[in-house]
Write a protein that binds this ligand. Structure first.
Ligand SMILES: [Zn+2]
Length: 306
């Protein structure tokens, strides 16, 4: 199995629309990648500039960041061709690795826009090198800039940053320095396609937090009424349900909180974030972690106030 470390650059029009109002929120204008073998040694590289076809004005911030020369993008390859070449170059046995969680989603959105074959019809397991680097420093939830990680790890800066190939190259260098234990432990899934059923909802662990990602529901109410998703579980009792002590409550209809107590491990808080998939379905991301008795009492007090 190979590791495909890739990075994308994209253009975002300044049309005043919200991301979700556009048919294609980000148009990919560059794909860069490094292929590593099982020993994490580089074996091949991929680099394509893409000729824009959706938005003809490149956002000046992006033009500046990428240091694009006038006319440079026009010489690029159209996305369908570049993406097909990229996927062929990837081969058949690989796992994607990216810095952060956005690139794999945007790749799939662009493939979908051009009616190209899907990478998968369900969540895709990948390696989020940014998360792994955070975990290596004891802070998996903190997002850091790639250049900061490169500096902290003393990696030679022999390529200019903010171009797709260079960022993939540096991400691959960071990945090689992540201890094997962390690489094994941190699993990431891209949920551009949600779990197909309630039975296959995704269970993940991030440090001391449990994360559950639901399947698609027609409405928020349907999601919040489904005990399969909303039941509270103890992080350490291999998923055993615990009694709910504070009911699900919300301030803004987007984030819901509840709490319970495991008799062996103490108080737990769960939070559900309500999210929307590209096709308009509702899904939830639930995180669960331990809290202190004081935090539990504080939550209880706030719920009573309402
Ligand atoms: Zn427990």
């Amino acid at each position: 199995m190979n590791y495909i470390v890739f990075d994308l650059e994209w253009n975002q029009p300044e049309d005043g629309l919200k991301t979700e109002e556009r048919l294609l929120p980000f148009e990919i204008i560059e794909i860069g990648a490094v292929k590593l073998n099982e020993e994490l040694e580089p074996v091949s590289k991929f680099n394509r500039l893409i000729k824009p076809q959706v938005y003809d004005t490149i956002n000046w911030r992006i033009r500046k960041m990428l240091e694009l020369k006038p006319g440079e993008l026009e010489k690029g390859t159209p996305f369908p061709e570049a993406a097909a070449e990229f996927l062929e170059w990837c081969g058949s046995d690989y796992v994607f690795c990216t810095w952060g969680s956005q690139d794999l989603t945007e790749l799939q959105r662009n493939l979908n826009y051009y009616d190209m074959p899907e990478l998968s019809d369900r969540p895709i397991k990948y390696m989020n090198v940014q998360k792994m680097y955070g975990a290596m420093n004891g802070m998996p939830s903190q997002t850091r800039a790639l250049e900061g990680a490169v500096d902290a790890l003393g990696i030679d800066k022999d390529e200019p940053f903010h171009r797709a190939y260079a960022d993939a190259y540096y991400t691959s260098k960071v990945l090689r320095l992540i201890p094997e234990e962390i690489r094994r432990k941190y699993k990431a899934y891209d949920v551009y396609h949600l779990p197909k059923s309630r039975k296959t909802q995704l269970k993940l662990k991030e440090g001391e937090k449990d994360i559950l990602i639901s399947t698609a529901y027609p409405t928020k109410e349907a999601l919040m009424e489904d005990g399969i998703f909303t039941a509270l579980h103890c992080v350490n009792c291999s998923g055993k349900a615990v009694k709910q002590r504070i009911r699900w409550h919300t301030l803004n209809q987007k984030v819901y909180d509840a709490a319970g107590r495991c008799k062996d491990h103490g108080y737990l808080a769960s939070r559900i974030k309500i999210k929307h998939s590209d096709d308009g379905a509702v899904y939830g991301e639930k995180t669960t972690h331990y809290i202190t008795e004081e935090e539990f009492l504080e939550m209880k007090k706030n719920v009573k106030k309402k």
